[in-house]
Write a protein that binds this ligand. Sequence first.
Ligand code: ZN
Ligand code: FE
Length: 257
Amino acid sequence: MQVTLLPVLSDNYIFLLTDLSQKIAAVVDPALAEPVLRKLQEMGASLVTIFNTHHHSDHVGGNEELIKHFPNVRVYGGAEDKGRIPGQQVFLEEGELVEFAGRVGEVFFVPGHTRAHIAYYFSPTTPGETGDLFCGDTLFAGGCGRLFEGTPAQMLNSLSKLRALPDNTRVWCAHEYTLGNLQFALTIDGNNPDLQARFADVKAVRSRSEVTIPSLLGVEKRTNPFLRWEQPALQSAANSQESVQTFARIRAMKDRF
Ligand code: ZN
Ligand code: FE
């Protein structure tokens, strides 16, 4: 399985998963159809699956047009998103397994950004290979999604599940927010040398207009404030020793940043 990243809209990424030996593809969160169709044509592949993480239009906007071109495509989304994802046929719950080109993906129910949000984790098939996490707007590189339909406690629980995955997991998040996220992170965790180094690195990458995705989960654990609610620096920034309160206060500060 190969992952191709398609930048669309102002800062969204669509992920195209392909198996060119079988000429098949799956797409994660097609905000738009046209760039996906163009890439599929270029690769000579046909679309077999749409994996949606949540119902927002910048993640499902291309569904209907893609279904028109590929009437047999299977459309996956979270069970709780029933009625909100165009063309949805499969209603996934926590722990269910999906498959693409011999890779097995586990479904995580990760409410917080929306009440129905799910993430897909494709575990490595051979030792030495890395896992791939498609987490939509739940975990971002250096940040996390806004809480539109969920509580801080729900989001903390959702991020705890993702944080438990192996450090070498590639994190394919749906927006290029990394630089701004790290700018915020520095305001509350500025003495963290891993964060300082990552910021310098990402700044250089963005100044060349290159993408910062995927990131690695191990890097997120060391530098992303929204995975670090137990760390003394963040507890003191939030003026709380309690995890949910620390998380909630950091999220609120980010909303105002
Ligand atoms: Zn969203
Ligand atoms: Fe989004």
